[in-house]
Design a binder for this molecule. Structure first.
Ligand code: FAD
Length: 470
């Protein structure tokens, strides 16, 4: 496609102001790359990056893009782990960074925030009002509110404990792909019954519109207690999770694990003594202090009836910070020293052990690469197994990086299909289109394509993600 970049910059400047349009190579290249381990390619590089201030300006950009048939890719902070964030074709990148005003209305029972506010900042602001932000990704320092609701991920949060963040969204302002601005939902804390357009757009991964203002119910800030437990093997932790569901014990808000190798790496990195085996860490919540202590004690009793080497409540906030930090450090270690090829397997809960065994087996026997290591950690109480192929070098050809990623993707999705999971915490398109087609009847994918076509006839927004382009 031939695009006159100078003219494009001039036209976009008329909509958002000159200082919010970028066409220089260094800026474009930053927006072309995402967290995927393979190199960026020419088609990923945007023609221009724009930072609109509000829905009106987003509308102007989309109307213009439809007239010129130029694709637009919405960018939150670009931390998606399934390839949603990398433009698949040369386009205009619409960065939501300037839309980050937050207003808390305690008397109305909700807050409103722009899509560009970072989760950590939003959490801080809400805590001043004694309210909880119900989203917990490891990327929260940079991940945006809009990007998170567009993916509808609970991240560390166990769905069965709190639900998905989208369950607390009361409504929003959204710009349709063709530029019309719509408002959905309610200003009451009572959500609409029946057909509620809000639901169609939550989790739609930027394919059906751009969120420009979100309204979320204020959730009272609970009390928290923390537990750490060590186990001889990761399998003992899996058994504990299966037993928790079997006994219908209310799951903790967080229930994370580090396998034997990850625990060793993570603990060493934060300066804790090396653990004997695998480690599980939990956050228990309740809305009264006594209730929280009670739940934590009961949960500890449950854990002790299992087979831990040790299980205890961590009262010291500094110690908890180190224990919790070890989880992030295990990931950082791998990113620093080499490359990780991730998977996200969410089996039926009674199949956890089998799914874990199969994941280990295929990762240690990749066809595309020999000599990688197996490491795993994640939101096991949800249950999510994040199993990684860790390659201790960054220096391998790009085609090989892509081949490993592809094999990891295909084989982990086979396990999601075999064990009844959706693997969907990171989102369901871009790299997962083949999974969608394999798991569900063909009409499911076809209806998504029809829905996209109905709302976005020129395929302007996030082109390539629903087609599964790499
Ligand atoms: C270190 C690290 C830890 C992570 N931990 C977790 C985790 O624990 N659990 C988990 O699920 N994910 C995790 N992630 C993935 C990622 O951070 C989350 O999915 C996050 O919610 C994405 O937010 P973002 O602002 O980066 O969105 P982006 O990656 O920029 O965008 C994600 C998708 O949303 C769309 N989008 C963005 N903003 C809007 C908008 N305003 N309107 C419409 N569509 C929009 C984009 O077009 C894209 O399709 C992690 C990532 C990293 C790097």
């Amino acid at each position: 496609m031939d695009v006159d970049i100078k003219k494009l910059a001039k036209d976009l400047s008329r909509i958002v102001g000159k200082e919010h349009v970028f066409t220089d190579k260094p800026t474009s290249v930053v927006y072309a790359k995402d967290t995927m381990p393979w190199d960026l390619e020419e088609q990923n590089i945007p023609y221009a990056v724009v930072r609109p201030a509000n829905g009106q300006e987003v509308s102007g950009i989309l109307r213009y893009a439809n007239e010129r048939l130029i694709p637009v890719h919405t960018h939150g902070s670009g931390t998606s782990l399934v390839g949603l964030a990398r433009p698949k074709t040369n386009c205009i990148v619409l960065d939501t960074a300037r839309m980050k005003d937050t207003r808390v209305y305690p008397e109305r029972g909700y807050f409103e925030a722009g899509p560009g506010v970072h989760l950590a900042q939003l959490r801080k602001e809400l805590e001043q009002h004694n309210a909880l932000l119900p989203v917990f990704p490891g990327s929260e320092l940079v991940a945006t509110f809009g990007g998170t609701i567009a993916v509808n991920t609970s991240a560390h949060g166990v769905d069965a404990a709190l639900g998905k963040p989208g369950d607390f969204i009361l409504g929003f302002e959204l710009v349709l792909p063709t530029g019309e601005i719509i408002s959905t939902g309610t200003e009451s804390t009572r959500r609409p019954a029946g057909i509620d357009p809000t639901k169609f757009f939550i989790g739609s991964e930027g394919l059906l519109g751009v969120l420009t203002l979100l309204r979320m119910r204020l959730i009272p800030l609970p009390h928290f207690q923390h537990i750490v437990a060590s186990y001889r093997t990761t399998e003992d932790i899996l058994d504990t999770v299966m037993e928790m569901y079997r006994q219908r014990i209310f799951p903790p808000l967080f229930f994370e694990y580090l396998d034997e190798k990850a625990a060793k790496i993570g603990y060493e990195a934060v300066g804790l003594d090396e653990p004997e085996g695998a480690v599980a860490m939990m956050r228990i919540h309740s809305w009264s202090k006594v209730g929280c202590e009670d739940r934590a004690n009961n949960f500890l009793e449950f854990l002790k009836r299992g087979n831990p080497i040790e299980a205890r409540i961590v009262d010291d906030p500094e110690e908890w910070k180190m224990v919790w930090g070890s989880r992030a450090e295990a990931g950082n270690y791998m990113y620093r020293l080499g490359m990780t090829f991730g998977s996200e397997i969410t089996p039926r809960v009674d199949k956890l052990r089998e799914a874990f065994r199969d994941a280990k087996d295929f990762i240690l026997n990749l066809d595309s690469y020999q000599g990688n290591e197996f490491i795993s950690f994640g939101h096991i109480g949800a249950p999510t197994i994040h199993a990684y192929a860790f390659v201790r070098t960054k220096d391998i050809p790009n085609e090989l990086k892509k081949a490993i990623a592809l094999e990891m993707r295909e084989k982990s999705e086979e396990l999601n299909i075999k064990y009844g999971g959706c693997g969907g915490e990171w989102g369901l398109t871009a790299q997962r289109v083949s999974f969608l087609k394999g798991k569900y009847e063909k009409e499911v994918y076809e209806s998504l394509v029809k829905l996209k076509k109905a709302l976005d006839p020129n395929d302007i927004l996030n082109r390539g993600n629903l087609q599964g382009w790499m």
